[in-house]
Design a protein around this ligand. Structure first.
Ligand SMILES: C[S@@+](CC[C@H](N)C(=O)[O-])C[C@H]1O[C@@H](n2cnc3c(N)ncnc32)[C@H](O)[C@@H]1O
Length: 424
């Protein structure tokens, strides 16, 4: 009989070998390089889900496995055991999971001799893992990231964020038109801030209204910067660091005259595809935002950042990164703020945002920008859009969004958003 899960499991192990290997790679890079392209769509989705679930539960899986391993096997076998453990503990049928995993190891050129070990260990996990799993703590962030985050938000908040990371994320979508109608058509829930949340979505491109361009995928927190900017029809809006274009589509759908800028030609091609599908218009410039000229009524600066707010959706990031690039990103963000400010009309407003949990990429950036630009003020009222909790307002007047907020309805990505007004 054909082993239906074999290809997806083999590919999940391959993804983990790359993400957790000596030269760690991000899942997004691996997917963009076509790693899973040869698989049919179902297997591709399953491989990705298995790899992500395993990364979310890695600490728990390793805890259970360590009892049965006298010494660490090679990385590929460890990853076979990890994927198997997570599947078994999340209700996977023991026979299918164990058989496939043993076959994966026995068919491997240099690891075949470890098939007995794989079989023995996974049988023990199948017997005791599902009961032990829920009692284990939510996996912790690696030290390099946990340290600065505990310093910023305190140990209790970080424990709550780790729960949110472990829980993963539902699918959030933004309507081109009426969000209440979209919630009805998709069977989703209308969130207080106007996004629609869909649980158990299945294949996104097969959902009603996708092909017609009625909506796009965008986390509820990521949809807030444009709501704070509140573009009006006909206004000239510069969208800096625009790809893949979630916010560009929001700006264009509001009727603004949008100029969208990004350095990456590959990512800009995705903005074009997204605009074409949704039948929305924007002028696209593939260049460094620091070289843009002209003046604009409003600016959205969604600066490149550590992306530490998106770990619910990107559990590979804490493993594939080590924080060594934070300093350069922080410097780039302040250069982008300074150049963007020079392009804003007097009386205009600029929304600065990052999908980061680090204050150095949010609150501190704004505090420092206020020192450098005497004509800059934070517009606190602009941040209070419908559905936003006043407790999310920060001392300097921005919004701090965290993955542990809205815990009872599925959380949100971590984000920082501030509306900066230029004196008229
Ligand atoms: C956080 S993502 C933007 C997400 C996007 N605004 C959206 O809503 O879909 C940051 C983007 O900044 C771009 N970027 C990085 N450095 C840049 C620079 N110096 N000038 C323009 N874009 C840059 C990256 O290519 C990346 O697409």
């Amino acid at each position: 009989m054909a082993d239906t899960g074999a290809e997806a499991r083999r590919s999940a192990v391959y993804l983990l070998d790359q993400i957790l290997g000596e030269e760690p790679r991000l899942m997004s890079e691996l997917l963009a390089a076509g790693t899973l392209d040869r698989l049919p769509p179902d297997d591709r989705a399953r491989a990705q889900r298995l790899a992500q679930d395993t990364l979310r539960g890695l600490e728990r899986a390793d805890r259970l496995l360590q009892k049965h391993l006298r010494k660490q096997p090679p990385l590929t076998v460890r990853n076979v055991l990890r994927v198997g453990t997570v599947e078994l503990c999340q209700g996977g049928a023991a026979h299918g999971v164990v058989n496939t995993m043993v076959n994966l190891v026995s068919g491997h050129r240099s690891l075949g001799h470890l098939k007995g070990l794989t079989n023995a260990v996974l049988r023990k996990i199948a017997a005791e893992g599902p009961e032990a799993w829920p009692a284990l703590r939510a996996p912790r962030l690696p030290k390099w990231l946990r340290g600065p985050l505990v310093e910023a938000w305190g140990a209790e908040a970080i424990a709550a964020m780790e729960q949110a990371h472990f829980a993963g994320a539902p699918l959030d979508i933004t309507a081109k038109g009426d969000p209440a109608a979209l919630a009805e058509v998709t069977g989703g829930t209308l969130l207080p801030t106007g996004s629609v949340r869909v649980t158990d979505a299945g294949q996104v491109s097969a959902m009603p209204g996708f092909a017609a361009g009625d909506w796009w995928v965008q986390d509820a927190a990521a949809a807030l910067p444009v709501r704070v900017l509140a573009p009006r029809p006909g206004e000239t809006i510069l969208d800096l660091c625009a790809a893949p274009g979630g916010k560009t589509m929001q700006l264009a759908a509001a009727g603004a005259a949008v100029t969208a800028v990004d350095t990456s030609a590959g990512r800009m091609a995705r903005v074009r595809e997204n605009l074409d599908r949704t039948r929305l218009k924007a002028d696209l410039l593939t260049q460094d935002a620091r070289a843009v000229t002209g003046t604009y009524d409003g600016i959205l600066l969604d600066a490149p950042c550590s992306a530490t707010g998106t770990l619910r959706r990107h559990p590979d990031l804490p493993y594939a990164k080590d924080g060594s690039e934070f300093g350069d990103l922080i410097d780039l963000q302040s250069e982008l703020i300074d150049h963007a400010w020079s392009l804003l009309k007097p009386g205009g407003r600029m929304v600065f945002c990052t999908c980061s949990l680090l204050p150095d990429e949010g609150e501190v950036q704004v505090d420092e920008a206020l020192q450098r630009h005497p004509d800059m003020q934070v517009d606190r009222d602009a941040a209070m859009v419908p559905g936003v909790d006043s407790g999310w307002l920060t001392a300097e007047g921005g919004l701090r969004l965290r993955p542990d907020y809205w815990a009872d309805i599925g959380g949100m990505d971590g984000f920082y958003v501030a509306c900066l007004r230029k004196q008229g």
